[in-house]
Design a binder for this molecule. Sequence first.
Ligand code: 5AD
Ligand code: SF4
Length: 569
Amino acid sequence: MTANNRHNAVFLETFGCQMNELDSELVMGALRALGYAFVCEPKLAGVILYNTCSVRDLAEQKVRSRLGELAVRKRKEPDLVVGVLGCMAERDSASMLHKFPAVDIMCGPGELDKLPGLLDNAVRTRRSLAGNAAPGDESWMRSARQVALQGDASRRSGTLSAAGDTLELLDLSRSVSPIDHTGSAYVRITRGCNKFCTYCVVPRTRGAEMHRPPDHIVDECKRLADSGVIEITLLGQTVNHYCFEHGAAVSMKGVTQPQKGRTYKGGHAREVHVGERVTTFANLLHRIHEEVPGIKRLRFVTSYPRDFGDDVLQVMRDSPRMCRYLHCPVQSGSDVVLKRMNRGYSSGDYLEFVNRARAMLHEPGKGRPLSIAGDIIVGFCGETDEDFEKTKNLLRQVKFKNNFIFKYSPRPGTTAFEKLPDDVPESVKRRRCNELLALQQTISDDVGQSYVGNTVDVFVQGLSATETKRAKRAEAKKMSNGGVALTIGGQDVSEEAHDSCGTDCGCATTTVASDSGASSAIQLTSRTDGDLIVVFDCPSDTAPDAMIGRIVTTRITSAKGITLQGEML
Ligand code: 5AD
Ligand code: SF4
């Protein structure tokens, strides 16, 4: 790689949730359009970007350690440009700039549309300052201007105009091509969150809940379908709060904000008066399903257990291409803890919702059961053994497909951090986490077993974990012989594997895909519409590349947890 190439080569590492993955995708598209190229190893890059997550301290620690390493590298390569994007840049930019002088740019999630300009500036400044410095003189490094842009800390005002919401332009400018997606894509429908759960930084880092115009969303889905995407996951922190009031470019009024003339009935369907120009979440799902038939699978994450209307469940029931899957975090089974978390529902409310959803979507003999995944926090402030037992009971009752289980991590700026003592010892958090993982494993085993013998359609995502490891070993061997980097099935197999939940966020989960990998055929990994993993052999007469991004039919032959072994029919 020449020096000039290196200046335009970017390494971008993403931490955290699907929302961050989508942000990274949009940033990559915007930077590619300006001539930047993306590389999969930091050492090949002249620009290093971290898209960060602040939800738990572990994710932040990882970034801090990467930045520490980069400080050493930057002494040798003064023109290297380093940027911190996302929630850490929003939450902690002043102190981070001070602690990590190697950082040139900090850009919060509400300002990502400005990143291309900032980066261009930083690249030019670094290069000219480094080029003009006398040998051995490093003083210019401190004088090179660091830029910190925070977007939503003050939470935007309700009078925000269309023109002002340049962030919407970033979503609108999304580059859509078969190269960007292998059959599957995320589409954002809401940004931010208004819930203020006492443990959570998201309302502070991502700002107020805002809903994108339905026409923009439907258009984006159409463009994705035209480019070959067949599975779309709609994204929002509380996706079921989606509610767009026409007339505004980006609507801020969601179901959490009581409005004149509107009522909720016990957390069920929100009443929308005839003639009102409102698109509800149910309306939006229906529109996408009907207007974009090229999308063979439509799903959404993350649902908030309250405010989930029967209207949404009806659309799920009546729309054959909608997935039977809900990711609906309960966080705790104890009402006292839920109250302390400010979740706004009880364990009984949660059970009522799950039973209502299962009853509504139950189709005898159709083999498409509703599958429910969740998140749990153990060791939240004041959680007793009795509270914890209640969480275990709830897990048994709900029969979750899987749960992402987190140890409570106090986050500066949150209500819990300010007001509630973090009084559950680390050893107790660890024990509860392990106990819950073991319990969830037995529940997941039962869920997995219930599929054995069934015929299920699956969306093929790529090579199985075993196959990826095999390819990595082959690549390492090849590289040691002076070869070139390897991609199989369009996947960059040299990328670092994500943590267990697939999001690199430091959670403990029972969803690990641990396929056996004994066969000599190439193994593929795929998902059912209820989000169970199915591993199966690629037919010998078909290239793996040709399978990825397709929906095929398999018969399930065995199950280990929620990783199912299948054979293609
Ligand atoms: N500590 C531990 N887990 C947390 N989560 C959010 N904030 C915290 C925290 N401070 C978890 C919740 C949420 C998921 C995305 O992260 O379970 O649903
Ligand atoms: Fe955080 Fe609660 Fe909003 Fe989820 S609903 S993003 S946990 S504040």
